[in-house]
Design a protein around this ligand. Structure first.
Ligand code: ARG
Length: 579
């Protein structure tokens, strides 16, 4: 099913093109900016009239006239307004039909994409040398939500967890591991705290020349495929992945081992990448390193900026691996879109990788390469989020704290609940609060991580939405004897109609998020939907209404609960039946 907005825009655009003779015209339909403008409005007539040098109101009127007698059942009437807007009034019967079909079929009010695409989403992608830290939180949460959304509308999503497992740091880490033991298994306890292990290895590396030397040789051996080195390395990687998986599980992230495409996966391809670049005449040697210079990338002084492909010692770089990954995603996975949900600070890196890949023919116009950038998570002091001592905060610890704080909140509000119950609620609310706080902000801006706002029961927060959902469920439970196959039959009260229209708009919000990858639009929608429900709930008695009206209102409440649940699920957030 197409969204209301999509259907209306198609209808009005066709009419506008017909009447104006302009095949590129767009009616530009949006939800009405005020209730007195109807349900939707077409804003695109004025621009077309201007280009035709004709009167916009007259053009709008001829569209309305042309549609007379031929309107689809969805539209009750059209009306010219102001300088040339067209106000669109929807037919109650069509709104009821859409909602009731969803209710009967136990379906969601989701749109379907017109053509299913293969979409690669690269997200989370931590560096395995260290423990996941808050820097990976945003990408993991936003990427996972996008993966769920694209799948929900019918696209084929391929998740790619491009973890860093192959850099020079691994030489240092495996050398340090070797010092501890002859058998790799002895290391398990030392790897319990990866952060500490990394710091200790680094200290050794920085203070002992002989150690540093061995580390450098070991990484070369590793990358050449030495079995002994590979064994130690593999052990480290397994431990580190277990740390990541614990975080994914806490966060309810859909990534699995099958989604791993680590940097090491591309190792054998890197030589080919260099050859391709050379064959295409793109490679030049600068200070012993193989580089690509593209005219569009220049430094402050106007000098061309290099993309370093291979260092003078033969080592490859982050960009080299990414070029191999572009090729794999375009040629092997045959994706039409490849999204990189990565920190905005890597934006130059991706611009360069995409440009070099295109220049080298590793990816052509069949694939769209997109950096889905996000800003930095800041502390209350306006600086990137750190502990008091200035260390980066481990993700696992941050999430534990969220659950602890949610527990206090629940205990405060509902001291009579059994402890196990409170713990269960705290688990869901704490994680939801962290995820929602992030998802509800425009991803491109930096955002301030603040416990008290994210755990507030009022405002656009997870606790508010979860509470709204639980409240609807409790209303529904009170009337479990009502006909389960209930349909919505009443739209007499404007609050009922407003809520139903809002519910049907779920589809166009999902369409919008899928189009431009801003999940905060879905958050705003769910918040407004809850508000719309609360107004309905306060203004329209449910359980005290006569039976048929009661059942209609219960059905409306039921559809609201389902839509809230689905919307939160698409954000990767679990709901609670009781709070
Ligand atoms: N491992 C990198 C980091 O932690 C992120 C990788 C993002 N994905 C990619 N294809 N470069 O910063």
């Amino acid at each position: 099913m197409n969204s209301l907005k999509h259907s209306l825009n198609t209808l009005l655009t066709e009419l506008l093109r017909d009447v104006s003779g302009n095949p590129d015209a767009n009616a530009n339909v949006i939800t009405a900016s005020k209730p007195e403008f109807g349900d939707y409005q077409a804003n695109g007539v004025m621009a077309v009239a201007k280009s035709l040098k004709s009167n916009p109101r007259a053009l709008a009127q001829s569209i309305v006239d042309k549609a007379q007698g031929k309107l689809p059942t969805l539209v009750a009437r059209l009306e010219v307004a102001g300088p040339g807007f067209i106000n669109i009034y929807l037919a109650d019967s069509a709104l009821l039909d859409r909602a009731n079909t969803a209710l009967t079929e136990n379906a969601q009010l989701l749109p379907r994409c017109e053509t299913a695409q293969t979409i690669v989403i690269d997200y989370s992608s931590p560096n395995l040398a260290k423990e996941m830290h808050v820097g990976h939180l945003r990408g993991t949460i936003i990427g996972d939500s996008l993966a769920r959304l694209f799948e929900a509308v019918g696209h084929h999503v391929i998740r790619q967890n491009h973890v860093g497992d192959w850099g020079t740091q691994f030489g240092m880490l495996i050398t340090y591991m070797q010092e501890f033991s002859t058998s790799a298994d002895d290391n398990s306890s030392n790897l319990g705290d990866l952060e500490q292990f990394y710091r200790a290895a680094k200290a050794r590396f920085d203070s002992d020349l002989d150690f540093a030397d061995r580390a450098r040789r070991n990484v070369v051996q590793l990358q050449k495929g030495d079995p002994q080195m590979l064994r130690v390395w593999q052990h480290f990687i397994d431990e580190s992945l277990r740390h990541c998986e614990a975080v994914y599980q806490k966060l309810n992230i859909t990534l699995t081992r099958a989604d791993l495409k680590p940097e090491s996966f591309y190792n054998d391809e890197l030589g080919n990448i260099v050859n391709t670049l050379r064959d295409r005449g793109l490679l030049s040697v600068s200070e012993g390193a193989n580089c690509v210079f593209l005219p569009q990338f220049t430094g402050k002084d106007g000098d061309p900026l290099p993309v370093i492909i291979q260092k003078s010692d033969g080592g490859y770089l982050y960009a080299t691996t990414d070029l191999a990954a572009v090729k794999y995603r375009a040629q092997v996975l045959q994706a039409q879109r490849s999204l990189y949900v990565v920190d905005a600070r890597q934006s130059l890196h991706f611009q360069q990788v995409f440009a070099v890949a295109q220049a080298a023919g590793l990816a052509g116009s069949e694939i769209s390469l997109e950096h889905i950038a996000y800003g930095t998570m800041m502390g209350n002091d306006g600086k990137p989020f750190k502990t008091r001592s200035g260390d980066t905060i481990k993700l696992a610890e941050l999430l534990d704290e969220a659950v602890r704080r949610a527990y206090d909140l629940v205990t405060d509000k509902n001291p009579q609940l059994a402890q196990a119950e409170r713990e269960n609620i705290a688990e869901v609310v704490g994680i939801a609060a962290v995820k929602y706080a992030d998802l509800s902000k425009n991803r491109t801006s930096d955002y301030v991580f603040d416990w008290s706002t994210m755990l507030a029961l009022e405002g656009n927060t997870a606790p508010y939405l979860l509470y709204a959902y639980a409240r609807i469920k409790s209303v529904l439970r009170k009337q479990s004897d009502s006909a389960s196959s209930s349909q919505i039959t009443s739209l007499e009260d404007p609050l009922e109609r407003a809520l139903l229209l809002k519910l049907l708009q779920f589809a166009e919000i999902v369409e919008a998020v899928v189009a431009d990858c801003f999940p905060n639009q879905l958050c705003t929608y769910l918040y407004e939907l809850s508000g719309s429900f609360m107004r309905f709930y306060e203004g329209c008695p449910i359980l005290k209404a006569e039976v048929s009206l009661r059942d209609s209102r219960l059905a409306l409440a039921d559809l609201t609960a389902r839509t809230l649940q689905k919307g939160l699920h698409l954000l990767g957030i679990d709901t609670l039946e009781q709070m």
